[in-house]
Write a protein of this length. Structure first.
Length: 373
DNA sequence: GAAGCGTGGTA
DNA sequence: TTACCAAGCTT
């Protein structure tokens, strides 16, 4: 296989480009791979260290739409709390949600627990060793099934995540916009994936996408695919992948009601419904959130939504938080109580136990505002 | 196929 | 600062 085009030829056209090849990527990965808590690096794999499917699965679920930096501490915490699949299967969903709090996309945590239970019960505690069977499990879709199968079981199956979509759309100058481009991209990845080390190839591609082949200002001169990349050849790398424009987020408005226990400053919490946004997570008692766009929540009417029989005072400032599909602006009201149960359905959380609650970030911001004053 | 579903980092 | 982005899945 030719490694390089003739010297002296600049990449103004793609006529003389060689085909991208997996060997160049694997060689780059061997030298430049990241070292990550869930990863067995090539040097160790070559002397027989194997990937633990439980670790691979755990990391892949956590990494869905989530950065490596955010995942690391959660991965370590989960493996400390539940070292094996059977430990996790023996845990309660409540404890899993508490440990997941702050990482986002909470259906992942509920599916993580469901999946552990299912594998424990129906697969004798061992993950299926191929993508097709893995995809049947809760929380495991196209990408994750392929990733686990290739990384943990060396199955030669195309792995396509956002990084790889970007790399491949550049390598092959794919003008079609996502998500329509997914099919041709997957075909190219299948073509490119080697029968040897398919898992290292997938991880290498993702490392490349996370470093050199970045969305903005890719470092093409250092890339193992340099000279074989069609987008580089036409000098138009940043334009790919082409994506449909995104809708702008509306803003919603609401109020949250902090009830502090007089004697020790404990906060009254309650559980959210088991469907929809932040399902089954904990919350500070709150109003509904109003206003698809401009229709603003009337501040004067906020107290109409307050728990009954309590006198609230409004705190200075607002909590601003952005979810996947809308911005939220919350006014925060506060009161102190000496009741053992200021409203029905809920519980007191003492200051030192708040960190262990299944409180999403938006409500941690609310509590934080109450502590500042 | 489109919409719902979190969060923190970055430019 | 607003907007975008990061190892997607489910309905």
């Amino acid at each position: 296989m030719d490694q390089k085009q003739e010297s002296g030829v600049t990449n103004k056209t793609n006529q003389q480009l060689n085909k991208p090849n997996a060997e160049a990527l694997l060689a780059w990965y061997d030298r430049h791979h990241r070292t990550l808590p869930w990863r067995v690096i090539p040097k160790d794999r070559s002397v027989g260290v194997v990937n633990d499917p439980y670790h691979v699965w755990m990391s892949e679920i956590m990494l869905q739409q989530t950065t490596v930096g955010a995942v690391k501490s959660y991965f370590e915490k989960f493996l400390t709390m539940w070292p094996t699949l059977s430990d996790l299967a023996a845990a309660s969903e409540e404890d899993v949600l508490k440990a997941w709090a702050g990482l986002g996309y909470y259906s992942r945590a509920r599916n993580l627990k469901k999946c552990a239970d299912h594998v424990q019960l129906h697969h004798n505690g061992r993950f299926p060793d191929n993508a097709k069977a893995l995809k049947e499990l809760p929380g495991i879709g196209d990408y994750t099934s392929a990733a686990i199968a290739s990384i943990a079981f060396d199955e030669e199956v195309p792995v396509v995540d956002g990084n790889i979509e970007r790399i491949v759309s550049r390598l092959y100058h794919i003008e079609e916009a996502l998500p329509k481009a997914k099919k041709p991209i997957k075909e190219k990845v299948a073509e490119l994936t080697p029968s040897e080390r398919p898992g290292d190839f997938a991880q290498g591609m993702m490392d490349l996408g996370a470093s050199l082949c970045s969305p903005k200002k890719p470092a093409c001169s250092l890339c193992p695919f340099s000279g074989t990349c069609e987008a580089e050849g036409i000098g138009d790398q940043e334009r790919f992948p082409i994506k449909a424009p995104k809708k702008q987020k509306p803003t919603r408005y609401g109020a949250a009601f902090l009830i502090k226990r007089q004697e020790d400053g404990a906060i009254w919490l309650r559980q959210r419904p088991d469907k929809g946004l932040l399902a089954s997570m904990s919350e500070v008692p709150s109003s509904d959130w109003f206003g698809k766009s401009a229709e603003k929540f009337e501040l004067a009417s906020a107290l109409d939504h307050a728990p009954e029989g309590l006198e609230f005072r409004k705190l200075v400032g607002q909590v601003i938080h952005t979810f996947t599909h809308f911005h939220l602006v919350l006014d925060v009201y506060e009161t102190t109580s000496t009741d053992s149960e200021p409203m029905n359905k809920g519980w007191w959380s003492e200051p030192q136990s708040l960190k262990d609650e299944a409180l999403p970030t938006v409500f941690r911001k609310v509590v934080e505002m109450g502590l500042e004053r």
